[in-house]
Design a protein around this ligand. Structure first.
Ligand code: KG4
Ligand code: ZN
Length: 355
């Protein structure tokens, strides 16, 4: 089976084509194109929804054409069309979702509406050599850490997800972005903080690790902002980040990164122990973070668990993950009606009912 996927939920316009690997288990990426709008939104310090949707609409047709050329396909050679249906910005989602429906209709092929978070969640399995020879992801703990969400899930099978924990306020990526903004670092803040943290001393500033010692798997990151604000106020007149010397900036970045990473690693460890599972799959833009990758690797080695991380190009928004999730559903015979609307806030999973 060959599938074409479109992603347009936020600030990346992306198109990818995938086909079944010869063993019928994995997938082969025929092409994966991402046109980022980040430089445009950076001028405003964050994503401007109206600009995002206009830009998707302008970029998508030529991106689609290029993707088909690179994959050496016509729409008739594609067996199904997938697109992100949510969560995301409604006007941005509508561009890719409607385009995929229209091509599916014209080509007489089925359509799959994909939950963006499921795309992230399953992305670590795209390149995995699956020894179980099953086309479906095996039971595992999934940690999705993106700009809008921080979720810890017990994945039992395709579409069978129990929510173990989530952020009660800011998502991990959002916390990076908001702190970066306070430090007058460019959007998106995660990579900027990560880069500076490499040169900093994480022990210099004591920052809170909310909910680290509380039972349960929920996170909370909003308190970090207040703490950074207080630290800034002690370091520079009026708390002006421009008054920070380079080393203090790097130390603060290292402290923020360590606080977020400590909490994520701790809760992931607890989830592995509670479920008794030995596989952790981590995804979303924040899974690109160098310290998080390293610390999760160390933790999983100690716990005797396998750690699956997507390659960096699959961590931030892309269409290969949307096409892959679409492919798994298509293989299971699960397609969407052309009347399926976009949904800015769909449920991926609910908390399991505990007896
Ligand atoms: O998954 P993603 O591309 O978009 C959403 O679905 O939200 O994630 C974007 C988020 C942003 O908050 C960005 O700051 C963060 O991922 N991010 C990082 C790194 N690279 C991207 N956060 C920490 N360290 C990084 N290296
Ligand atoms: Zn995303």
């Amino acid at each position: 089976m060959r599938i074409l996927g479109i992603e347009s939920s936020c600030d990346e316009t992306a198109v990818a084509a995938l086909e079944d690997a010869p063993d019928g288990v994995g997938a082969r990426v025929l092409c994966s194109l991402v046109s980022t709008q980040i430089p445009m939104h950076r001028l405003y310090g964050g994503v401007i929804p109206e600009l995002a949707s206009r830009n998707h609409s302008g970029r998508l047709p030529s991106l689609l054409q290029e993707a088909l050329e690179q994959s050496d396909c016509t729409p008739g050679d594609i067996d199904a069309f997938a697109a992100t249906g949510g969560p995301g910005l409604v006007a941005a989602l509508l561009v890719g979702h409607t385009a995929a429906k229209a091509i599916a209709l014209a080509a007489g092929k089925p359509f799959v509406s994909v939950n963006h978070l499921e795309g992230h969640l399953l992305s670590p399995f795209l390149h995995r050599k699956n020894s179980a020879a099953s086309p479906l992801p095996p039971p595992h703990v999934g940690l999705v850490v993106s700009g809008g969400h921080s979720l810890l899930l017990h994945v039992k099978g395709l579409g069978d997800y129990d929510l173990m924990g989530r952020s009660r306020d800011d998502a991990a990526g959002e916390a990076f972005d908001k702190v970066a903004r306070m430090l007058d670092l460019p959007y998106p803040g995660g990579p900027e903080i990560d880069k500076r943290a490499e040169r900093g001393d994480a022990r210099r500033f004591e920052l809170p690790r909310p909910m680290l010692h509380e039972a349960g798997f929920d996170f909370s990151f909003s308190g970090l902002k207040t703490s950074v604000l207080h630290t800034l106020a002690k370091l520079t007149p009026g708390g002006d980040p421009h008054g920070l010397d380079e080393q203090s900036l790097c130390d603060l970045c290292a402290g923020v990164r360590a606080a977020i990473v400590d909490v994520l690693v701790h809760k992931a460890r607890l989830a592995l122990r509670q479920t008794g599972l030995h596989l952790l799959a981590v995804s979303g833009g924040v899974s690109c973070n160098s310290s998080l990758r390293k610390r999760l690797g160390e933790m999983c080695a100690k716990e005797g668990a396998e750690l699956l991380l997507p390659p960096p190009e699959l961590t931030t928004d892309n269409a290969a993950m949307i096409a892959f999730a679409g492919l798994l559903h298509a293989r299971a015979g699960e397609f969407s009606s052309l009347e399926t609307p976009v949904d800015p806030n769909p449920q991926l999973a609910g908390f399991a009912t505990r007896s």
